[in-house]
Design a protein around this ligand. Sequence first.
Ligand code: DGL
Length: 267
Amino acid sequence: MTVAPDAPILFFDSGVGGLSILGPARAMLPTAPIVYAADSAGFPYGTKSEAEIAARVPALLGRLVERYRPRLAVIACNTASTIALAAVRAALDIPVVGTVPAIKPAALLSRSRVFGVLGTDATVRQPYVDRLAAEHGADCTVLRHGSAALVELAEAKLRGEPLDPAVARDALAGLVRQQGGDRMDMVVLACTHFPLVEAELAAAAPHPVGFVHGGDGIARRIAFLTQGQPWPDAAPPGVAVFTRLDDSIDALRPALATFGIQRIEAL
Ligand code: DGL
C-alpha cells in the first residue's frame, strides 16, 4: 500500500494521557503529521465497565479513521488497549499499536523482585495484566492499584491548575501498604496519564522507586512499522480532536502546543 507523506499518525486516549505516548513518538519522527484524539465525552475510562469500553472504542476509532485516513493508529491508553485492542485491530485495515502495562521491563529491572502496577481500576483487573505478570514476572510479587484521582491530577496539571500532593501520595500508598510493598523498587505507570505526573509521584514516594512506562517502546514500534514511508519535509501543525468540546479545552491549549498541536476540532 502506498502512503501519502501527509497521512497522519492517529493517537487515541480518553483524555490528555496519550500525550505521554505522543511525546516520545514525535521525538523519534519529528515531521510526522499528528492527529491526537481524546474521547472527552467518554472520559474517564478507568471507572467504566469492560462492556462500555468494548462498545465505545472500536466504533470511535472507526469514525476517526474514516475522517482522518491515518497511516497508523496508536491506542495511547492502557484501559482501552487491555480491553479492546483485538476488536479495534479486527475493525480497521491499518496497523494498530496498543499500549499495555510495561511489566516486562519492570520485571527485568526489579532487584527486590517486588514491583507495582499503577493503572486505572479497569486496567489493573484485566486478565491481560495477569498474563503479562505470569509471562514476565513469575518470580516476582506484582502489586496492583487503581487510581482515578491520579488520572484527574494529570488532567489538572495540563490545564495549569494547582495540584494537591496528597493525590500522588495516596496512589503510591495503595501499593506500598500491600504485603511486600515496603520492598517494592519499581512501579509500572500502567495508565498513560501517569507519566505526565511522574515528578509528583517521585516526590511523594515514601522510599526511592523507579518508574517505567511504554512510551519509548511504542515510539520504536511506530518507527519500525512506518519504515520506508514518506514524511513531510517539515512538521505540519498537529490537530487535536475531542468528542466533546467545552470551556475546559481552552485551558489545555498551552500544554497541547508544547506537543506541536495547534488546531482543535470536534468529532
Ligand atoms: N489514559 C488512560 C489509560 O491509559 C485512561 C484514563 C481514564 O480515562 O481513566 O488507562
